[in-house]
Design a protein around this ligand. Structure first.
Ligand SMILES: Cc1cc2nc3c(=O)[nH]c(=O)nc-3n(C[C@H](O)[C@H](O)[C@H](O)COP(=O)(O)OP(=O)(O)OC[C@H]3O[C@@H](n4cnc5c(N)ncnc54)[C@H](O)[C@@H]3O)c2cc1C
Length: 189
């Protein structure tokens, strides 16, 4: 049983895992390896980093999550179910993960949310008009289901890596704060 399970190990999900692991919550990521940032050969707008490839940024985030204690799993989640203790997640090959908190960080992939009964609408922050967000979601990523959080584009934010990272971090901090009963902050000396 995990404290936190993150579906999607892209920019936002990886960022959540860094924070929840650093906050000493037992955290696992399941990632199918299709982050949009891999399409970006050179990224110039991530504050504090003058230039980086999308793949390198992604690998750095994964390395930081691993260093903080995250268990990182390659795979695709097919089914999510809510039960008395939290959430049960089943991968395509049949492996099951159980967790108290669930973070859905799947970006363009909406099928898991639909299966959980969430309604979707157009994310008006993306010009194409084709990208979806969850209807009525709070900006902090919390949902109608207790202990279930949704990141980034699906929460109605803009398609920018720094926003995805910040939102993932914010959700991680909220979960650690909720679990420990006091506001969590990570301040290095
Ligand atoms: C062509 C292009 C250019 C871009 N250029 C820039 C740019 O210059 N600057 C910038 O800031 N941003 C840019 N972006 C946006 C940036 O890529 C996104 O903001 C960022 O990747 C969003 O992070 P995320 O974690 O929400 O999603 P992602 O990084 O896409 O991660 C989602 C992850 O979820 C996984 N996943 C999905 N479904 C499942 C499942 N069922 N089970 C397990 N894993 C699953 C996917 O495999 C993926 O790894 C660009 C995007 C595109 C498409």
């Amino acid at each position: 049983m995990f404290d936190v399970l993150v579906i999607g190990g892209g920019i936002s999900g990886g960022s959540t895992a860094i924070y929840t692991s650093q906050g000493e919550l037992k955290t696992a990521v399941i990632d199918s390896g299709k982050s949009q940032i891999k399409q970006v050969s050179r990224l110039f707008n991530y504050p504090g980093i003058k230039e980086i490839t999308g793949t390198e940024l992604l690998e750095n985030i994964k390395d930081q999550a691993l260093a903080a204690g995250t268990e990182w799993n390659e795979g695709t989640v097919e089914t999510v179910k809510q039960n008395d203790n939290g959430f049960s997640v089943i991968l395509t090959e049949g492996k099951e993960f159980v967790s108290k908190h669930l973070v859905i960080a799947t970006n363009l992939q909406t099928s898991l949310l639909e299966s959980l009964g969430f309604e979707l609408t157009v994310n008006e922050k993306v010009p194409s008009g084709k990208i979806k967000k969850v209807l009525g979601i709070d900006p902090d990523g919390t949902t109608k289901l207790p202990n279930l959080y949704i990141t980034s584009l699906l929460a109605g934010l803009s398609s920018q890596s720094v926003i995805a990272a910040g939102h993932g971090a914010s959700i991680g901090i909220s979960i650690v704060s909720k679990e420990t009963g006091k506001a969590y902050m990570w301040h290095d000396k």
